[in-house]
Write a protein that binds this ligand. Structure first.
Ligand code: ADP
Ligand code: ADP
Ligand code: ZN
Length: 211
């Protein structure tokens, strides 16, 4: 399957979780700007040094730091792709239009208080970026990734204060994208509440309808 799919939705809506499963079951390639940026920060690259302050504050990093990154990754991919966390603003969507044709945009909807609860109790694998939740999706062994046994940590931006700022930024910068993609006729809204498998089945249905 060689669809190019964008997962849209606020922080905590399940983009990373669903991307993981979609990629492994449908043999798609993940391009997650959040994961790529965190890797750059961890490796102390020039990109990481520039991005860190924005990420810790819950703001979007400037376009010139992310757009080329996505363009390069896309060039290297054969077959289908899931973009997780990109585009996140109208400008990014317009730039993306110049180098890729998106087939489907899945907009995952979850109410705000649920998002806060999900994000403040999220745990992430340092080694494979696997996503867990202390209550809703706990790892089998405490603080260890089920998949790769890497250490789990709490992202520095998953504190309540930064989460609230990220939700504000989402509404201001990312939400207008739903209208943009709706007008192109490729937006599918998916209810993101309910357990992880239920949401997965809804997304799968939207993808199958497109194929
Ligand atoms: P995003 O990438 O959109 O920020 P994540 O996939 O990282 O979202 O999920 C945020 C948190 O919510 C994680 O702790 C994850 O385990 C949890 N989560 C994801 N989907 C669900 C769901 N359907 N129900 C409950 N918790 C979920
Ligand atoms: P979440 O999964 O919780 O929505 P991400 O991992 O996607 O969070 O993003 C974490 C942070 O990385 C964002 O708050 C932002 O600072 C930065 N970031 C990720 N993707 C982008 C993007 N497309 N444009 C600008 N900044 C981004
Ligand atoms: Zn792992």
């Amino acid at each position: 399957m060689d669809l190019k799919i964008v997962l849209l939705g606020p922080p905590g809506s399940g983009k990373g979780t669903q991307t993981e499963r979609l990629c492994s079951e449908l043999k798609l390639t993940k391009i997650s700007t959040g994961d790529l940026l965190r890797e750059a920060v961890r490796n102390d690259t020039p990109l990481g040094a520039k991005a860190k302050g924005y990420m810790d504050a819950g703001r979007l990093v400037p376009n010139d730091l992310v757009v080329d990154l996505v363009r390069e990754k896309l060039k290297a991919v054969k077959g289908g792709v899931i973009l997780d966390g990109f585009p996140r603003s109208l400008e990014q969507a317009q730039l993306l239009d110049k180098f890729a044709k998106i087939d489907l945009v899945i907009d995952i909807n979850v109410n705000e208080e649920a998002l806060v609860k999900r994000l403040t109790m999220r745990r992430t694998c340092k080694d494979c970026a696997g996503v867990y939740h202390l209550e809703y999706n706990p790892p089998r062994e405490e603080d260890k990734c089920d998949r790769c046994h890497g250490p789990l940590y709490q992202r520095t931006d998953d504190t309540e204060k930064t989460v609230r700022e990220r939700l504000r930024v989402y509404k201001e910068s990312t939400l207008p994208l739903t209208k943009f993609y709706h007008e192109k006729g490729i937006l599918r809204k998916v209810d993101g509440e309910g357990d992880i498998s239920t949401v997965y089945q809804r997304i799968l249905k939207a993808i199958k309808a497109k194929k």
